[in-house]
Design a binder for this molecule. Structure first.
Ligand code: AMP
Length: 309
C-alpha cells in the first residue's frame, strides 16, 4: 500500500485579493505529500531542491512520515520558484514567474526502497521526468496517476502524449482538459483524453467540484464545499490528488465505488487547503477535523427522493 510521488518541491509567491506573500513553501509534490500523509503510512517522494530550501521544512515532511530517500539536494543551486496572481473571482490565475532552476535538468532517482510501490502519483512537472520515473520502476504499479498543466502542454506536448499512454488516470482542471483535447464539452473532452491513454479521468472544476470518468461508462460528480471565504486556491488541485491517491493506496481498492469515496476525500482535503495561504492550513490537520469535513460533504449531497418518484 505504499505510494510514490514525484512533483515539484518549491518556493511560491502568491497574490490574491486578500493579500500577498513573499516566498513561501509550495510545490505540487509538497502539497501531495502532506495531503496523502494523513492516509498512507508509507509515502515516498521523488523531487529535487536547491540548498536554499529550509531544513525545518525537510524535517516537517519527515515528521509526517514522508520518506525522503528520493529527494535530491543540489549544492549551490536554487529551488524551483513559481509566482502567480489570482483574479478577483479567484477562479482564474495568471502565472507571473516560472523559474525552473533545479527542475531544469532534474534527473529523478528511484531508490531501491521505492521499487515495490503499488501506487504512483506523477505530480505536475515535466512530462520527460514523469516518463523517466515510470521507466525506472522495475514493476508497473497497480495505479499510475498523472497531473499536468498548460505550461507543459505548451512546451512539451510530445512527451506529455507519450506519458499519457502509460498512465491509468489523469487529474486535471477543466481548462486544461479543454486545451489537451481541443473539445469544449467536458464529456467530449473526457472521451478524447481517454483515447490518448488513461482509462480514468478526473476533471477538477474549482469551486464547482470535480467529475470522475471511470472507464468508458461510469461518471460521478462531487461538489466542492461552499465556503464563505476562499483565501488562496494554490495547491488545491495537488492537495486533492494527495487525498485521492492516499486514500486509494491505503484501501488498495480501485473500483468505481471506492474511487467515488476517494474523490470526496480529495475534495475535503482541497477545501482545507484554500482556507489559508500555501500549506498553512493542511500541514497540521487532526483526524477529527478531516472526518468532520468529509461528513459535511456527505450531508451536502444527501437527500430523500422517496416521495418524488
Ligand atoms: P495548483 O494550484 O494545484 O495548480 O498547484 C500549484 C503548485 O504548483 C505551486 O505550489 C507551484 O509551485 C507548482 N507549480 C506551478 N507551476 C509549475 C510547473 N510548471 N512545474 C511544476 N510545478 C509547478
Amino acid at each position: 500500500m505504499s505510494l510514490v510521488t514525484v512533483g515539484s518541491v518549491a518556493f511560491d509567491a502568491i497574490e490574491t485579493p486578500f493579500g500577498k506573500t513573499d516566498k513561501i513553501i509550495g510545490g505540487a509534490g509538497t502539497y501531495i505529500a502532506i495531503s496523502s500523509s494523513y492516509f498512507v503510512d508509507k509515502q515516498n517522494i521523488i523531487a529535487v531542491i536547491g540548498d536554499d530550501f529550509p531544513k525545518e521544512m525537510i524535517d516537517k515532511l519527515e515528521s509526517k512520515g514522508v520518506n525522503l530517500e528520493g529527494l535530491q539536494i543540489k549544492k549551490g543551486e536554487k529551488s524551483f520558484f513559481w509566482s502567480g496572481k489570482y483574479a478577483n473571482d479567484m477562479n482564474s490565475r495568471e502565472t507571473l514567474v516560472t523559474e525552473l532552476n533545479v527542475l531544469g535538468d532534474f534527473d529523478p532517482i528511484v531508490p531501491d526502497s521505492y521499487q515495490e510501490c503499488d501506487y504512483l502519483m506523477l505530480g505536475n512537472l515535466s512530462p520527460e521526468v514523469q516518463l523517466k520515473v515510470i521507466q525506472r520502476l522495475n514493476n508497473r504499479p497497480k495505479l499510475v496517476a498523472l497531473d499536468t498543466m498548460n505550461f507543459w502542454m505548451e512546451t512539451a506536448m510530445d512527451d506529455l502524449k507519450k506519458a499519457l499512454k502509460k498512465v491509468d488516470i489523469i487529474i486535471i482542471n477543466d481548462e486544461e482538459a479543454r486545451q489537451l483535447s481541443g473539445e469544449f464539452s467536458l464529456v467530449n473532452a473526457a472521451k478524447a483524453i481517454q483515447k490518448m491513454g488513461p482509462k480514468h479521468l478526473i476533471i477538477k472544476k474549482g469551486e464547482h467540484g470535480a467529475l470522475l470518468f471511470h472507464e468508458s461508462n461510469n461518471v460521478f460528480f462531487a461538489p466542492a464545499l461552499p465556503l464563505a471565504e476562499v483565501f488562496d486556491p494554490t495547491g488545491a488541485g495537488d492537495t486533492f490528488a494527495g487525498g485521492f491517491m492516499g486514500y486509494l493506496a491505503s484501501t488498495e481498492d480501485i473500483s468505481f465505488e471506492n474511487m467515488k469515496r476517494a474523490v470526496i476525500i480529495g475534495s475535503a482535503m482541497a477545501s482545507f487547503c484554500v482556507e489559508k495561504f500555501g500549506i498553512e492550513r493542511i500541514e497540521n490537520l487532526t483526524v477529527d477535523e478531516i472526518k468532520d469535513r468529509i461528513a459535511e460533504f456527505v450531508d451536502l449531497t444527501d437527500f430523500d427522493m422517496h416521495h418524488a418518484i
